[in-house]
Design a protein around this ligand. Structure first.
Ligand code: C2E
Ligand code: CA
Ligand code: CA
Length: 899
């Protein structure tokens, strides 16, 4: 896992803060701009309002002042007239007027006054400046500026009755001084009065220049209201200065919202910063957790690392939980993988994967062990395989890589060279499977390899034992048949002849009876030795059973060749045989059949040679008889007789089913029973199924016979079920029966009619039939298994089945052939049986040992792990009624039979 680039710590927080700062500044700027703008607008409006207020005030005030002063003037004139002072004699009137005015002065507003006579000549003056004022008043009828006193006067002219002199005029001078302006001034306003550009009065003591500051004062010019009488005169102008001190300064106006904005920004900065800090820390914890997990691969370390993220119920927690689940899932997967790998390590099987060139891409530890290499550094599988087996491996692998096959199983040797166990090749069983990629291309092949050296050796031994007679080490029937088939094929191809000779020692029983079995055995041995010396390499001498031998002579050019060899065999016996210090002279009877002259079928040739031998014996023994030389050219008399009676017996249903118990090896409780055919002929007595079953097969009677036995078995099963026994019933099925069309369907039908299940039946099939993949026999076996029947491989050990074949066959049980049990107390025999039991256990098959006759044998087999036992020790085959009694006894006391 490559580490992802680590983000700078706090980068997210930094980003967010920068962004927040930027937004805050922009907002502040915007607030600043907006407030500035609105300040201007508001200020403008405010100024305008104030201007209007001031102007309105003075526009009202000034005319009112004018008319006030005028009315005061008129009052004054009226009072003077009313006092009639002026109607008095001139010497009196002026001092009286002065006195009157002085008395009135306190409420007079006029500083100076002059009385004019009707001609306009001044006749009376009051006030210090009245003289000079009157002088100038002629030019300025209403307003007069007096430079000397630096005063502005408003002049009122009011008609005045002078009595006898008639109508005169009262001229009143009203000064507009600093004090009058102070009176007029309204709060926050300063006033100045100008006349003809001259400043004539002020209401305040402020320096003149100070009022000119437009930031502090709003300046208004209010022209004095005009009246019609005073046209053509210069009017004074009133200057009002409105103090703007109460106006909110720009700075303050803008500063507040900006400060507020900054405050909010600050709060946001603080609050958001804290929140962001926490959030970032929590998000960071996710990353930290991931990195720590990548480093340490420890989930216990992960949770503490994720703790900050789990603090609050939000998406981050969800993510952390999801992450944790993911990690849990990963760990589960890893654990699974680990346990798979550990399992792989435990396995003795090696698992490897290799490509088309044979290069090993992956290998489990067991592979190194298989190769005996420390580190499993065997790059190419080819270098490990025995040169003789390499072509096989390459050919099979080729098929896998080309997609022609999905999987193959093969047996190979690992090359001994360079391995610890020098000199010993290792036998392995390899199951190879092709693995296609998504496009269906097979790039690699996986293989499970298992050391089967021991099994293989056992198998070799078993098959040797199975194929050879224990006493003489000669090939037995099975091997003989095999070689016979090969010989027939070769002969057919090369147009040669094959001779088959049945040999029977004359009066062997006598030797057995007089000198004992041991001597009999020795005799058979030295006889076999003697015969073999006179044979070619390609000939086969086999033991057929007892004192019967068969000689197979392949690659014969004509019948004379056969006669020569047969003659040689007979003359070889002219010298006596040495048996335990005794010299015994023996003779033999021999029957010969010849391929292709007599028949092309092996079975027929066997029976022809057999009959010829019978014939030879019947002719007085010690002679050779060719089948086609037999006068009758038919079967032996007795045999023919039996054959005839067999057909009748089958037809009449005289052949009965007998039952032999099979018991559990430990408890000796009955688990199943084997059905065996029994025939008691009225003339010949009991005839062995070993004789009449092959006969029935040859005569085409096996179908009828087999069906009868099967039906009897089913009836017996019903009966036993009724009695409350839950037992399997094992029935022997002949090879020929399997070829009968409709056999499976018929059997299922019969079962169904009786309400039985296929699983209650065990079908015993001999090893060679069960496993041969020729013809349809094996196919029927597959179908029987598919239908649910239990399958048993009978006479196991007499065929050539390999482990893998057994595995594929999936039979439920394996019956160890009686010949192995016979040899149980010989060292190699015991090894064999043990090997067979282990093999069956490995394949999860039940083992049944046949032919158990002694309790030592039963005990030993139980110890060795055999599951079930069958034999005379527990019970011989018996009719159903007797078997029921036996069962009853066994149920009460599962013990060894006494009969
Ligand atoms: P098998 O299937 O191997 O049957 C077991 C044989 O061993 C039987 O011989 C049985 O009587 C015998 N046996 C059982 N326990 C002992 C024991 O303790 N000691 C000795 N010495 N022998 C024991 P059997 O009945 O003579 O049958 C011979 C063969 O004939 C059978 O061998 C089987 O292959 C065939 N066979 C018998 N009945 C039938 C049948 O109904 N149908 C077919 N197709 N074949 C049958
Ligand atoms: Ca059997
Ligand atoms: Ca058997």
């Amino acid at each position: 896992m490559s580490p992802s680039p680590r983000p700078q710590r706090g980068a997210l927080r930094g980003q967010a803060k920068r962004r927040l700062l930027l937004i805050g500044l922009l907002v502040t700027l915007l607030i600043f701009a907006v407030t500035s703008l609105s300040y201007r607008v508001l200020k403008q409006r405010d100024l305008e309002q104030r201007r209007e207020q001031v102007r309105a005030h003075y526009n009202q005030l000034l005319p009112r002042l004018g008319s006030q002063q005028l009315s005061q003037g008129l009052q004054l004139a009226a009072r003077i007239e009313f006092s009639r002072i002026l109607e008095r004699p001139s010497a009196e009137r002026w001092p009286m007027l002065t006195a009157f005015l002085n008395a009135q002065w306190s409420f007079s507003t006029f500083s100076n006054l002059v009385v004019l006579d009707p001609a306009g000549k001044p006749i009376y003056r009051h006030g210090a400046e009245s003289d000079s004022l009157l002088l100038q008043a002629s030019q300025a009828p209403h307003w007069l500026y007096e430079p000397q006193y630096h005063q502005l006067y408003r002049i009122y002219r009011i008609p005045l009755w002078l009595g006898s002199e008639g109508q005169g005029q009262l001229v009143l001078f009203k000064t507009l001084s600093h004090s009058s302006l102070s009176e007029w001034a309204i709060p926050q306003t300063q006033l100045e009065l100008t006349h003809e550009g001259r400043l004539v009065a002020r209401s305040s003591a402020e320096p003149v220049d100070a009022l000119d500051d437009p930031a502090r004062y709003l300046r208004l010019e209010i022209p004095w209201p005009r009246d019609e009488a005073a046209e053509g005169q210069t009017y004074p102008v009133l200057l009002a200065y409105r103090d703007l001190g109460d106006l909110l300064p720009h700075g303050q106006f803008v500063a507040r919202p900006v400060a507020l904005a900054l405050l909010i920004l600050g709060l946001l900065w603080y609050g958001l910063g804290r929140w962001l800090g926490g959030t970032v820390r929590r998000i960071e914890s996710l990353g930290q957790g991931a990195r720590r997990y990548a480093r340490q691969h420890d989930r216990n370390q992960l949770l503490p690392a994720l703790a900050p993220a789990l603090e609050r119920d939000d998406e981050i927690k969800d993510t952390a939980l999801a992450f944790e689940h993911l990690v849990a899932a990963i760990e589960e997967r890893e654990q699974e993988q680990l346990s798979y790998l550990q399992t792989l390590e435990l396995l003795e099987e090696a698992v490897i994967e290799f490509n088309a060139e044979g290069r090993i891409l992956r290998a489990s530890p067991a592979w190194s062990a298989l190769c005996h290499q420390e580190d499993g550094q065997c790059d190419c599988i080819h270098s490990q395989i025995h040169p003789d087996d390499l072509p096989l491996l390459k050919a099979q692998a080729e098929q896998l890589f080309q997609g022609q096959k999905q999987g193959v199983t093969l047996r190979l040797r690992l090359h001994a060279k360079g391995r610890g166990r020098a000199g010993h090749d290792l036998w392995i069983e390899a199951r190879l499977l092709a693995f296609a990629d998504r496009h269906g291309r097979v790039e690699n092949v996986r293989g499970v390899l298992r050391d089967i050296t021991q099994t293989y050796t056992h198998e070799q031994q078993i098959s040797h034992m199975a194929l050879h007679d224990a006493l003489t080490e000669l090939p037995n029937r099975v091997l003989l048949e095999d070689r016979f088939k090969i010989a027939l094929r070769l002969a057919a191809r090369n147009e040669e002849m094959v001779g088959v000779c049945f040999i029977d020692l004359d009066h062997f029983k006598l030797v057995n009876d007089s000198l004992g079995h041991k001597a009999g055995d020795r005799l058979l041995l030295s006889f076999a030795d003697r015969l073999q010396q006179s044979l070619r390499k390609g000939d086969t001498l086999a033991r057929w059973g007892g004192d019967e031998f068969v000689l197979l002579l392949p690659e014969m050019q004509d019948e004379n060749d056969i006669r020569t060899v047969a003659g040689k065999v007979i003359s070889a016996l002219q010298q006596p045989l040495e048996v335990m210090d005794n010299e015994i002279r023996m003779t033999l009877s021999m029957g010969v059949a010849v391929y292709p002259n007599d028949s092309e079928e092996m079975e027929t040739l066997f029976s022809q040679a057999d009959r010829a031998m019978f014939f030879a014996k019947a002719q007085g023994r010690n002679q050779l008889c060719f089948f086609h030389d037999m006068s009758s050219k038919g079967p032996g008399k007795q045999e023919l007789y039996i054959q005839n009676r067999l057909a009748a017996a089958v037809e009449q249903g005289l052949i009965q089913a007998w039952f032999q118990p099979v018991v559990d090896s430990r408890s000796h409780a009955c688990t199943s029973l084997e059905v065996l055919a029994r025939w008691q002929d009225a003339e010949n007595g009991w005839i062995s199924p070993a004789t009449f079953i092959p006969m029935a097969e040859n005569l085409g009677l096996i179908g009828a016979l087999g069906n009868k036995i099967l039906l009897d078995s089913l009836d017996a099963l019903c009966r036993l079920n009724q009695l409350g026994y839950d037992l399997w019933v094992a029935v022997n099925i002949s090879k020929r029966q399997l070829f009968i069309p409709g056999f499976v369907e018929w059997l299922l039908q019969e079962l169904a009619e009786r309400g039985l299940r296929p699983g209650q039946l065990i079908l015993e099939i001999t090893e060679s039939v069960a496993l041969s993949d020729v013809e349809s026999g094996a196919d029927t076996v597959q179908r029987l298994r598919g239908a649910g029947f239990h399958l048993a491989i009978d006479d196991f050990g007499t065929g050539y089945s390999s482990l893998s074949q057994l595995h594929e066959m999936q039979a439920n049980e394996l019956k160890i052939d009686i010949s192995f049990i016979r040899r149980l107390f010989q060292p190699d025999g015991k090894t064999m049986v043990q090997a067979i039991i282990r093999m069956a256990q490995a394949l999860e098959m039940k083992t049944v040992a046949e032919g158990v006759e002694t309790s030592e044998c039963a005990e030993l087999l139980a110890q060795m792990g055999a599951d079930c036992l069958q034999g005379y020790l527990f019970g011989k085959p018996m009719p159903l009624a007797e078997f029921e009694l036996w069962l009853e006894r066994n149920r009460q006391e599962p013990r060894i039979a006494t009969s």
